[in-house]
Each structure stands twice: as C-alpha cells, then as structure tokens.
Design a protein around this ligand. Structure first.
Ligand code: MTE
Ligand code: MO
Length: 424
C-alpha cells in the first residue's frame, strides 16, 4: 500500500490569517481606482513556529520557507523519512551510507563505458558528490509545487551538483534518449516512485534555466530526511513529482517514453510550472464605504509573470461564454519588491554565486520559477454581495488559467471569493 502524507490543513481553504510579509511598505503607483495598500501593514502577524501554517510555501516572509513550514508530499509505508536514524543508516539514507547507481537500462540499453554500480564498487558516494560540488556546485531559487495541489509546498534555495556532471563520468557513447530515476522505496517494487527526463534536458539548460541537480542542501542547510536527504533530484522548471527524494538510482535508457509514477494517475508529466495567482488575505466581510485590502502570492511559471490583476463585482453578475472571467473588471495589483533581508538564509544574505542574483540582489524581479507577492486596496463599495478574483498575466500576455488550463497539467484555476459588504 502506498501512503501519502499531506497535512490535514491542506484543504483548499483560504487562510483568514493576517499577512506578515508586507514589511517593506508598498509604494504607490496603483491604478486610479485602487488605493495605496499601506493599510495592510496594520495586519502584520508573526509566523507561528509551533504548527504548520496553511499555504506554507506561499507566504512571503521569510521569502524562503523555513524548514518547519515546508509541506511534505511523500509516499511509502513507512515513509522513508520516518525511519529511525539507525534504520536509515542500514538502508543508505545517511550521508555516510548513501550511494548512487548510474547504470544502463536492461530493457532498452544505453551504451555506457563506465557504469556506476554497487556490485562493481563504483557507485557514487556522498563524499565523492561533495568533491564534485567543490568545482561544479550550483544554487538556485525554486518553488516546490505539487501538480495536484492548489498551493506551493515551499520556496527553496536548492544546491547541488548538475546531474550531467555525474552522467558524463559514466562515459555514455550512444543510445541514450532518456534518464529514468527513482529513490529508496523500502525495497518494495510496489512502492517505487519514479520519474524521468529527456537526456537533452539533463545535458543542456534552456536559456535562463539552471541545471537539473543532485541536491544536498536547501536554504544553506544539509537536505533533511523529510525533504529527501541525503540527496534528491531537483528539476528547476517542473512540478514536484520530477524531483525524486532519497535518490538511489539513475538509469540511462534508449526508451523514448516517460515512465513516471505520476503518469499512472492520469497526470500530464510533460507540463512545466504554470503561472498563477491566489489570495492569502481577503476580508470576507467589510463595511460599505471602506477600502478593501487584499493580498496574495503568484507562482511564476515557465511563461513568466508580467502582472497580477484583481477584480471585484456583484456576485449576481452574469457573463455568457466567459469561462475564465476574461470580461471581469480587472485592475492591476502591486507586485511587491524583493525582500531586503532573506530570513532563513545564513545572516539573511543570498550567498555569492547564486543563480539569478548578483551582489546578493535578484537580477530580475519577480524571480523565475519562484513566488512573488502582491497587494491591492480595492475602492470602497456599496452594501451587497460581491465576488473577488485574482489572476496573472504571463509574459506572453496570456491571462490565467491560459495558455494551459487543464487541471491535470497543473493547478491554475482562477479563485472566486465571496465578499459581503455591509452598511455600518
Ligand atoms: N521518493 C519520492 N520522491 C518524491 C515523492 C515521493 O513520494 N517519493 N513525492 C514527489 C512529489 S509528488 C512532490 S510534489 C515532491 C514534494 O516535495 P517535498 O515533500 O520536499 O515538498 O516530492 C516528490 N518526490
Ligand atoms: Mo506532487
């Protein structure tokens, strides 16, 4: 049997908690019918360290999700990270016992001159991986999001060695079309969680993207068992299911197809991260004649993020043939600037040499494949029942949920939230 650990709080409910990320103040420059959202600052609260908050990976401050707030999506009975340290040592899930096999697929062989296997004593160990890291390590920001859930699991600064660095050590010669990989699964074939990539993506990075890595650090700390330590794969532009935890095997194959576990539940395994916005704070009841402060986050997918927009209209409004609310009265919200302090990183600083940063500052904002935060202050309304919505416009000009509105290709539905405006 396969168990999935997902926090009970992970219902698609919207958090009514205050936002605590609006610490930088928000500059003016909103559309004429929007007011400056600085009043949102009054709602600041502090993150609770005791319980996992909802929308952990979406909250903005700290920008990089602290370890204890990261949400977990792990299969297995028992879930590998729940094993005792002693047991983890026995099964190769500690840094001193971990090793990785990189071999040819027996069903569709690739030609490798130097496969790495346990049997021949050539498997890659953690020490050798770190040694490669001295020369080749890369570190990049990425939001971890489950294809099937409405909200990111966490924002991370992921660090490791490009997978291609290890693949080249096996001296592949020909007949390599795909890379299959999987992790520790209690030695039970029924529990295996596997994923795959085209060899081209592993050997080469599309413009602006960091490499696929064997990851051993998150936010400057060694990767914890819960996050897939000692070593997991991290694929920058993909949903979480491609980033296999407790990595143990990489299989080079001449097979041309994906063999991902996620395909078995009707998921689209070739769909990279989508751009979408969702709310974090929207008052459910407001007084007539008072501005309505709203805020949220946006996931910046492969299509980039040009704008976040908000709309509010009487809930009785009917529009024909407008499934994506394209005709709603959309107004631009404010995309909040980068943090000045990167809490949860050492000394609050971005380390030198981080992908997408120069002198500790982002080269562009919002960051690619990461979260951004937004806020707006809606103009006062008369008493009545209204629907609030938010959406993104990507850098190609597509309004959410376009251009890929299919749920099994990743969540991007436009939220509709009822807001009651009452006479005071
Ligand atoms: N070995 C293994 N790797 C795995 C999974 C798993 O169940 N087993 N779940 C995947 C899925 S579906 C997601 S969304 C991400 C979640 O990463 P996180 O738990 O670090 O947030 O891990 C992926 N890697
Ligand atoms: Mo997932």
């Amino acid at each position: 049997m396969v168990l999935i650990s997902v926090p009970a709080s992970y219902a698609n409910t919207l958090s009514s908690r205050g936002v605590f990320f609006l610490q930088q103040g928000v500059v003016a420059g909103l559309g004429a019918t929007l007011l400056s959202p600085t009043s949102l600052l009054a709602q600041e609260t502090q993150p609770k360290k005791t319980s996992k908050p909802e929308k952990a990976g979406a909250l903005g401050e700290p920008y990089f999700t602290p370890t204890e707030f990261f949400q977990d999506v792990s299969r297995g009975k028992p879930i590998p990270h729940s094993l005792s340290e002693e047991r983890r040592r026995e099964v190769g899930l500690t840094s001193d016992t971990w090793s990785l096999e990189v071999v040819s697929d027996t069903a569709s062989p690739a030609k490798l001159l130097k496969p790495m296997s346990k049997a021949s004593g050539t498997a890659l160990n953690f020490e050798a991986l770190l040694k490669l890291g001295e020369q080749h390590s890369v570190r990049f920001p990425k939001v971890m999001t489950c294809l099937n859930m409405g909200c990111p699991l966490g924002m991370g600064l992921w660090e490791g060695v490009p997978l291609r660095t290890i693949l080249w050590l096996t001296e592949p010669k020909e007949n390599v079309r795909r890379v299959f990989y999987y992790g520790y699964h209690n030695d039970d074939p029924k529990q295996i969680f596997r994923s795959s990539l085209p060899i081209g993506r592993v050997l080469e990075d599309p413009i602006g993207l960091p490499p696929v890595i064997l990851c051993y650090k998150l936010n400057g700390e060694w990767l914890s068992p819960e996050r897939g330590g000692p070593v997991r794969l991290v694929v920058p532009e993909h949903y979480g299911f491609k980033s296999v935890k407790w990595l143990s095997h990489v299989v080079l194959t001449n097979a041309p197809f994906a063999n991902d576990t996620y395909a078995e539940q009707n998921n689209d395994v070739d769909s990279p991260l989508k751009t979408f916005a969702a709310s974090l704070s929207v008052p459910r009841e407001v007084k007539a004649g008072e501005p309505i402060p709203v805020s949220g986050y946006a996931q910046v997918g492969v299509a980039g993020l040009a704008k976040v927009q908000v709309s509010i209209e009487p809930s009785s409004t009917e529009r024909m043939d407008d499934p994506y609310h394209a005709q709603a009265p959309w107004l631009d919200a404010e995309i909040l600037p980068p943090p000045t302090q990167w809490h949860s990183l050492k000394d609050g600083l971005i380390p030198e040499g981080t992908f997408g940063f120069a002198q500790g500052k982002p080269v562009e904002w919002p960051l690619k494949l990461a979260n951004a935060h937004w806020a707006a202050n809606l103009s006062p309304l008369a008493a009545g029942e209204y629907l609030f919505r938010c959406r993104t416009i990507d850098q190609q000009g597509n309004a959410q949920p376009l251009p890929r509105p299919f749920r099994k290709s990743g969540h991007a539905a436009v939220e509709s939230i009822t807001v009651i405006v009452k006479d005071s």
